[in-house]
Design a protein around this ligand. Structure first.
Ligand code: CUA
Length: 351
């Protein structure tokens, strides 16, 4: 019976936790950082106690009900008695000890998680309506919505929410289920959280605090790659130049982009440095579009350029109904051409 109830519990938990998005295997029972492993350990301890208590209580109840049930011609109430000091002390003491053990394990886990390793790489996270900005102060680069990290290096996140711009500042929450718990992004305050990713892959991130119409569309990815791949990415991003294209559509797209889009969007090593909207350097390497909502395809991008709020309620990027389909296609072609050569994140496993 014990084994069967355990199997059922694990199956149900598996279904509940494995309901990932778009092939993402989000599974809190398979932690990918030391911090999540600490939390996962606690889960197993609590589960263990719960299963033992369940079996003892249900077992005793079943035994008593069967053994002392009414038989034959018995009439009236059974003998009444109360008070058994030994029994009462036992069933008070056991739960007390269980709570003490869980308290001790929790305190230890909290201590472990709060120790930021001295060699942690800083990353500044700014939550916007409805997208994420990431700055690497050590490397002097910036990315939006897709954060690229080296494997096995601790990262310390300094998290806040954007206060500038036309919209009222609100609280968001930074959450990558497979890597760490949630950390609120609060306007005017910097909160911190660290973790060390241990497995290469693409991790699914999601805003975890109701922040407005597109709260559920405020997603991001954390892309964990080898140190060599990360170095290549940093080099490529720092030395990035929009490719001088001979393709007429791309050249036209560049012209249109520079004229219409650069009040909000930045591209490295150009005069366009605005931080109002997401950074679009190496946009061609991006897996996703619209803050992690869709796969990055030229067709989607074209539709997004023409009518972003139509695709994502509350998006602060204005629609461009006057833009011809051909011009939108040119801008999309230009953006897809912005690439750090040799980087491909599409084959990585998804968590
Ligand atoms: Cu940002 Cu919910």
């Amino acid at each position: 019976m014990l084994r069967r109830s355990l199997v059922w519990a694990i199956l149900l938990l598996g279904v509940a936790f494995a309901l990932g998005d778009g092939g993402y295997n989000i599974n809190i029972l398979d932690p990918a950082t030391s911090n999540n492993r600490e939390v996962s350990k606690l889960l197993w301890w609590v589960m263990g106690f719960a299963v033992v208590i369940f079996v003892v209580v249900i077992g005793a109840m079943t035994y008593i009900v069967l053994k002392f049930k009414k038989r034959g011609n018995e009439v009236g109430e059974p003998p009444q008695f109360h008070g058994n000091d030994r029994l009462e002390i036992t069933w008070t003491l056991i739960p007390f000890l269980i709570v003490c053990v869980i308290f001790g394990l929790t305190a230890r886990g909290m201590f472990e998680i709060s120790q930021v390793p001295p060699d942690a790489m800083p990353v500044k996270v700014t939550a916007h309506l409805f997208w994420w900005d990431f700055e690497y102060p050590e490397q002097g680069i910036r990315t939006s919505n897709e954060l690229i990290l080296p494997v096995n290096r601790p990262v310390n996140f300094e998290i806040t929410s954007n206060e500038a711009g036309p919209a009222k500042p609100v609280i968001h929450s930074f959450r990558v289920a497979s890597l760490a718990g949630t950390q609120d992004a609060i306007p005017g305050i910097v909160t911190t959280r660290w973790f060390k990713p241990e497995k290469e892959g693409v991790y699914y991130g999601q805003c975890a605090e109701l922040c407005g119409a597109s709260h559920s569309n405020m997603r991001f990815r954390v892309i964990v790659v080898s140190q060599a791949e990360f170095d290549r990415f940093v080099q490529g991003a720092k030395a990035f130049q929009p490719p001088a294209s001979t393709d007429a559509a791309v050249a036209k797209g560049q012209q249109l982009f520079n004229a219409q889009c650069t009040a909000c969007h930045a591209i490295n090593n150009t005069q366009y440095r605005s931080k109002i909207g997401p950074d679009l350097t190496f946009f061609g390497n991006r897996l996703t579009l619209g803050a992690g909502i869709w796969n990055n395809t030229p067709e989607r991008l074209e539709a997004w350029i023409k009518n972003s709020p139509g695709m994502k309620p509350g998006s602060l990027m204005p629609p461009f109904p006057q833009l011809s389909a051909e011009d939108a296609r040119s801008i999309a072609a230009y953006l897809e051409s912005l690439k750090v050569e040799g980087l491909d994140f599409s084959k990585l496993p998804k968590f």
